[in-house]
Design a protein around this ligand. Structure first.
Ligand SMILES: [Fe+2]
Length: 194
């Protein structure tokens, strides 16, 4: 198993909190030598210490595990900047409107980076009344298919789950939509601006 928290992260968070190694050690009832060892990569805290360590550093356990202090950064979130996360284990899809640490099946998920469309992942749009009829000429096989379509507007998200036995198509309301996405389980997220 990988180290769930690295020495660099502990040192960075401790220094940010303006604590000495001794001060951090005394807060979680370990020796300053132990903290020094963690920070220099000669060991890492027992899992039972994660909670007290996170508390002493004034962050959540999940923030400690990710090495990021994510609080208070999403006050000006904009739906258009929304991010998608896909769990490679169970296929769960999660969407956030700001910075987030997202984990599923025990894995911290990186946000998907949207690619510009390519030949095999061209998103066709046809306007039908107040909707976009979205379609792709893409395989829909169990091991390679478009697993969802989504549209982002400044007000929210529309999401359509697709399945290998179906077609790579769906209808999304035009209303204020700025970006349309298609996610291929093998090649990732593709985006077109509208
Ligand atoms: Fe693909």
């Amino acid at each position: 198993m990988n180290k769930y928290v690295t020495g660099d992260v502990i040192r960075r968070l401790r220094e940010k909190k303006k604590l000495t190694q001794e001060e951090l050690a005394s807060k979680i009832f370990v020796s300053s030598k132990a903290v020094s060892k963690w920070e220099t990569g000669q060991g890492f805290p027992d899992i039972s210490l994660l909670e007290p360590l996170a508390k002493a550093l004034d962050i959540s356990v999940i923030e400690l595990l990710s090495g990021e202090d994510i609080r208070n950064r999403n006050q000006c979130s904009n739906m258009i900047k929304g991010k998608f996360y896909v769990c490679p284990v169970c296929g769960n899809v999660i969407q956030s409107i700001g910075e987030a640490v997202v984990s599923c099946c025990g894995i911290t998920l990186p946000p998907l980076e949207a690619n510009p469309m390519d030949e095999d992942h061209l998103i066709h749009l046809e306007i039908v009344e107040d909707e976009y009829f979205v379609s792709l000429s893409h395989p829909m096989k169990k091991d390679h298919y478009i697993s969802f379509l989504a549209a982002l507007s400044d007000q929210g998200i529309q999401f359509i789950k697709l399945y290998p036995e179906g077609n790579a198509e769906g209808r999304l309301k035009i209303n204020r939509v700025k970006k349309i996405f298609a996610y291929c389980n093998r090649h990732g997220l593709f985006q077109t601006d509208v």
